[in-house]
Design a protein around this ligand. Structure first.
Ligand code: HEC
Ligand code: HEC
Ligand code: HEC
Ligand code: HEC
Ligand code: HEC
Ligand code: HEC
Ligand code: HEC
Ligand code: HEC
Ligand code: HEC
Ligand code: HEC
Length: 301
């Protein structure tokens, strides 16, 4: 008896810790509500497929149906998104008796999707996109995605450029992150579903993390930090999308950049240079470790 009790407790503990592990391993997996087919007013996928062969076919290899097939085709149906459809069926296809996601407002469509996806995208409703009426179906299509990737209407950056023409011109500058070339994606730096930061920037406590995850050599910590790298951040000197200037610098002349902050210093330093002088060498020809150094307080090496 005691033995049984113990093993019961053990099983409970195992199940519980298993769930914790699962929850940690993949917190993003949406919860699918209980089987719709068993509810009154629901017609079931097979009925819908009789009249909507195209949409039914589009669901065959859809990430949504992949989940359903794991559960013996139960639990995920047309009606998970379009609502109970028996009345629509009985009326021979009266459009007003079904949720028309082609016509629905962004708000209505979003709340449909978010019944399952709010866990992974908790910030969506207060994101700049949602506030501007750009909803899930502006970027995703369930039945006729234009991309192999995550049901997107088109791949990045084409999808984004369809609205963000100013970004398109920035990435056409002589120096730019290779987004058009497919090496870097908009979503490496932005989460279009909303973040806690400005500009949908993927945010963490370290404001530079969005850049230093790729540019690890600039991350530090250094024995001698260039204070402004941590203070103002990378954007104090670089334009993230593209620039007329080499190294994506904000200004054409490096010395001019340095002198925005150092002009009082540079005039009287060991090098005796004046910020206005045309004969100066580039500051970075000596201060090569401009992001910080472990050996020299003036970043000479
Ligand atoms: C007897 C045939 C029939 C059955 C069964 C049927 N529909 Fe329809 N459905 C129609 C017709 C006809 C229309 C109107 C098409 C039009 O006017 O473009 C329609 C329209 C729709 C629309 C609106 C399309 C739009 O313009 O946005 C949705 C969504 C839809 N059906 C979903 C379903 C779902 C889900 C089921 C199963 C629960 C289902 N239908 C079952 C015939 C049917
Ligand atoms: C994950 C949510 C979801 C599921 C599941 C789903 N739909 Fe849709 N449906 C949509 C959205 C969103 C649209 C709007 C057009 C689009 O995004 O592709 C739509 C549009 C439609 C339309 C309008 C015509 C069109 O293609 O635009 C019909 C008809 C339809 N769905 C029927 C169905 C049927 C039948 C099923 C089941 C086989 C189904 N839907 C499953 C979300 C869903
Ligand atoms: C009934 C719950 C439910 C609803 C409603 C729902 N989804 Fe999903 N969605 C899922 C599940 C479950 C998956 C599969 C996730 C996985 O494989 O981890 C999924 C997958 C996806 C994926 C692909 C993710 C990937 O990694 O490939 C996208 C994109 C998506 N859904 C968008 C939408 C949009 C847009 C809507 C609204 C039109 C919507 N979903 C409505 C449950 C739902
Ligand atoms: C402005 C465009 C845009 C809007 C609006 C948008 N998405 Fe996405 N979504 C994307 C892009 C781009 C990706 C691919 C991200 C990547 O590759 O890292 C994506 C990926 C996803 C994924 C799979 C990966 C993940 O992060 O979970 C899901 C699920 C998803 N979106 C659901 C939604 C839902 C639900 C909505 C509405 C509440 C929505 N999206 C609104 C552009 C958008
Ligand atoms: C290397 C990282 C990175 C990539 C890749 C990137 N962005 Fe940005 N983006 C940023 C940063 C950082 C800001 C904030 C700029 C600021 O505060 O001055 C920003 C700002 C923006 C803004 C706000 C307006 C503006 O220009 O300041 C939009 C819109 C935008 N990005 C769209 C895009 C699009 C569309 C893509 C892909 C075509 C993209 N971004 C790729 C880092 C990136
Ligand atoms: C259907 C049009 C549309 C599409 C597609 C779209 N956006 Fe947007 N985006 C907007 C609108 C409208 C806003 C809010 C107004 C603004 O700030 O420009 C916005 C805002 C943003 C912002 C925040 C700008 C700020 O000032 O805070 C970023 C970053 C952004 N979008 C990036 C992207 C990326 C990356 C993609 C592609 C994955 C994308 N957008 C796709 C229309 C779109
Ligand atoms: C997804 C990885 C990735 C992220 C995130 C990223 N970069 Fe880059 N960056 C690259 C790659 C790859 C290159 C060099 C390839 C190329 O474009 O020639 C590069 C080049 C650069 C260059 C040098 C350009 C030149 O002319 O040599 C600068 C400066 C730069 N990035 C700054 C940033 C800043 C600032 C951020 C954050 C806003 C950032 N990067 C985020 C991948 C990334
Ligand atoms: C004080 C201004 C300043 C700040 C802040 C700054 N950089 Fe730089 N960065 C420069 C200068 C100047 C160069 C050009 C160096 C050269 O040409 O030798 C450069 C060059 C680069 C390069 C090209 C490769 C290299 O090391 O020469 C990358 C990548 C880069 N910076 C990324 C970043 C990242 C990521 C951040 C934020 C963590 C950052 N920078 C912050 C001034 C700055
Ligand atoms: C946005 C302002 C800003 C820019 C731009 C900037 N710096 Fe700095 N720099 C600082 C600050 C702040 C410190 C720390 C000063 C202190 O601790 O007294 C610093 C420290 C230094 C030091 C260390 C000397 C000391 O007093 O500790 C050197 C060398 C230096 N910067 C060189 C440069 C060069 C070269 C450039 C141009 C590539 C540059 N800085 C661009 C703000 C800036
Ligand atoms: C010919 C090489 C060289 C050039 C070019 C150069 N520096 Fe220096 N800089 C040095 C040396 C060497 C030191 C002293 C290092 C030490 O004391 O250990 C120094 C020190 C500094 C210091 C810290 C000492 C102080 O005065 O507070 C700053 C700030 C500085 N330089 C900024 C600049 C700026 C800005 C430029 C470009 C306008 C520049 N440097 C160009 C070699 C150079």
């Amino acid at each position: 008896m005691i033995y049984r009790l113990r093993s019961a407790v053990l099983i409970v503990l195992l199940v519980f810790s298993g769930q914790l592990l699962l929850a940690q391993a993949k917190p993003a997996r949406p919860a699918v509500p209980s089987p719709a087919n068993s509810h009154v007013g629901f017609a079931g996928d097979d009925t819908c497929a009789m009249c909507h062969a195209t949409q039914a076919k589009s669901m065959e290899h859809n990430p949504h149906s992949n989940v359903a097939s794991l559960h013996g085709r139960e639990g995920f149906t047309c009606e998970s998104c379009h609502g109970a459809g028996q009345a629509h069926v009985d009326s021979g296809g009266d459009k007003t008796k079904i949720l028309q996601l082609t016509k629905a407002s962004a708000k209505t469509a979003d709340s449909t999707c978010l019944t399952c996806h709010a866990g992974a995208h908790p910030n969506f409703e207060r994101s700049p996109h949602a506030k501007a009426g750009v909803g899930c179906t502006s970027c995703h299509s369930v039945h006729s995605a234009g991309s192999e990737h995550q049901l997107l209407k088109a791949d990045q950056p084409v999808l984004c450029y369809s609205c963000h023409t100013e970004a398109k011109s920035a990435f056409s500058q002589p120096f730019h992150h290779k987004v058009n070339e497919g090496l870097v994606k908009c979503s490496d730096c932005h989460d279009t579903h909303g973040t806690f930061g400005n500009n949908n920037i993927k945010s963490t406590a370290d404001q530079n993390a969005v850049c230093t995850k790729c540019h690890t050599e600039t991350r530090g910590p250094f024995v001698f930090e260039h204070a402004t790298v941590k203070g103002e951040g990378c954007l104090g000197c670089h334009s993230p999308h593209g620039s007329q200037n080499a190294r994506l610098l904000n200004v054409p002349n490096v010395n001019q950049l340095c002198n925005q902050c150092h002009s009082p210093v540079s005039a009287g330093t060991v090098h005796g240079m004046n910020s206005g002088s045309a004969a100066v060498q580039p500051c970075i020809s000596c201060h090569v470790m401009i992001h910080g150094s472990n050996v020299n307080p003036a970043f000479i090496r």
